[in-house]
Design a protein around this ligand. Sequence first.
Ligand SMILES: *[C@@H]1O[C@H](CO)[C@@H](O)[C@H](O)[C@H]1NC(C)=O
Ligand SMILES: *[C@@H]1O[C@H](CO)[C@@H](O)[C@H](O)[C@H]1NC(C)=O
Ligand SMILES: *[C@@H]1O[C@H](CO)[C@@H](O)[C@H](O)[C@H]1NC(C)=O
Length: 165
Amino acid sequence: MATRIMSLSSIACLLLVGALLQVVSAVDYDVGGNFGWNLPPNSTFFTDWTRNKTFFVGDKLVFRSKAAETHDVGEPERQVDFDGCVNPGIVLSTSAVLSITLDSPRRRYFICTVNNGSHCNAGMKFSIDVFLNPASLPPPPPPSSASSFRFDAFLAAAQFLLTIV
Ligand SMILES: *[C@@H]1O[C@H](CO)[C@@H](O)[C@H](O)[C@H]1NC(C)=O
Ligand SMILES: *[C@@H]1O[C@H](CO)[C@@H](O)[C@H](O)[C@H]1NC(C)=O
Ligand SMILES: *[C@@H]1O[C@H](CO)[C@@H](O)[C@H](O)[C@H]1NC(C)=O
């Protein structure tokens, strides 16, 4: 019994530490760096900006546009639409600053839809792969459902912390 409680607590602590790490390590990325989300000097500018960056769930993309320029952020779902600068019809925001939290591990495409694809064709486009942060991965789940396991683990952790205080 004691062993079981102990191991539950250890798992719970790992989960807590993982959750903390995820919170602590989440990164806010200014898209395009100091240049921001504006008409770039060349068509590979934003793709270059994504190089050597690894995007994790919980990170944020912050799109900032100059007041003198008009841009938006659209998110095509398919590579072919991204490649062709096809307006996805859904514009996430037209405000000067847009912040998007990367909520799940998947590939995402972003373009500026202004001027019927001409901003996109000029290079206002990039795609990224979003990964699960390995530091936040829970240990292999037991047969029970993941969400109830997490809740149980959380209770166990709370109990454990109360015990050691
Ligand atoms: C695009 O512009 C950036 C910023 O000026 C520059 O660093 C980069 O070398 C340019 N890329 C090409 C292919 O010209
Ligand atoms: C990416 O990293 C590689 C290896 O560290 C380096 O050679 C390359 O210059 C980097 N590219 C950019 C765009 O920073
Ligand atoms: C937008 O661009 C597409 C593809 O280049 C073209 O077929 C269409 O006529 C354009 N629409 C407008 C309103 O200019």
